[in-house]
Design a protein around this ligand. Structure first.
Ligand code: OAD
Length: 246
């Protein structure tokens, strides 16, 4: 509990927090992680289902997984952890959430400055003309897959597939926030996917205190984390918020 209090004091005094989040923060919302036991990549080989070349070769096959993912995301609600981060921003203590997640749940919880490093699954982009539309249940129902009304090419969720670049604007904004913050929460991420996993290292080398929350240790834990809270994000974050007080 001493460490909880130290982190709460640090945040109350300095604010200037950035949260870097991964799929662990959405587990309590009913969305499985990518790696480990129930992970999506245990069921689907990412090179066959999440690489842009695989999508171009066989959109129908990849859409079988995307439709399943969409149904899970459309049914999900924010977790107590998503809400705690929105509340910290409301109180003027948190500058930004940089998320690797594509579920849009930070915004649903009320976070405003959200940098979606890997895109958003609630939007579709045309692989032919790059036009974008909202992804609703009606597109998810289209068989064999939704196509662009303008150029008839396949549509795909506007998320970063393996083999695609991180959107430049998000990358620049994320680097700036990581460099500027005094405290970085690193929440529910295995820290193995780059360049996203560079961000905590950038924050640390720019002087930030790293506060990691995860069920298990990661490559960050022994290298850069000043605090490691072993536990669920939806338990740890509300507890810290309560200690910060109003
Ligand atoms: P991973 O599945 O690699 O890691 C999830 C992490 O969340 C693990 O370290 C778990 O221990 C932790 N975790 C699980 N439940 C938790 C809970 N309730 N509270 C806190 N932590 C919990 O997911 P990411 O690190 O997000 O990329 O994966 C990174 C990227 O790999 C994703 O953005 C995705 C994937 O390929 C793209 O789609 C481009």
């Amino acid at each position: 509990m001493d460490d909880y209090r130290r982190v709460a004091d640090l945040i109350r005094e300095h604010g200037n927090v950035v949260a870097f989040t991964g799929s662990g923060i959405s587990v309590e919302s009913g969305i499985p992680t990518f790696r480990g036991g129930q992970g999506l990549w245990e069921k689907y080989d990412p090179m066959e289902y999440a690489h842009i070349d695989a999508f171009r070769r066989n959109p129908e096959k990849v859409w079988n997984m995307l439709r399943e993912m969409a149904n899970v995301i459309f049914a999900a609600n924010p977790s107590p952890a998503h809400r705690a981060l929105a509340e910290l921003e409301n109180r003027g203590l948190l500058n930004a959430v940089i998320t690797q997640n594509v579920d849009g749940l930070h915004q649903t919880a009320g976070s405003r400055n959200v940098i979606e490093y890997h895109g958003n699954h609630r939007r579709l982009v045309c692989v032919g003309c790059s036009g974008k539309i909202d992804f609703t249940e009606s597109e998810a129902r289209q068989i064999p897959y939704p196509i662009c009304e303008r150029c008839l090419a396949p549509l795909k969720p506007d998320v970063v597939f393996f083999g695609e670049a991180i959107p430049m604007v998000e990358m620049v904004r994320a680097n700036e926030e990581a460099r500027r913050c005094k405290v970085m929460f690193v929440i529910g991420t295995s820290g193995v996917v780059y360049p996203a996993a560079d961000l905590p290292f950038l924050a640390k080398s720019s002087g930030a205190t790293i506060v990691e929350i995860n069920l298990e240790e990661t490559p960050f834990t022994s290298s850069i984390s000043n605090f490691f809270f072993a536990g669920s994000a939806s338990t740890v974050l509300p507890a810290i918020l309560e200690l910060i007080g109003t």
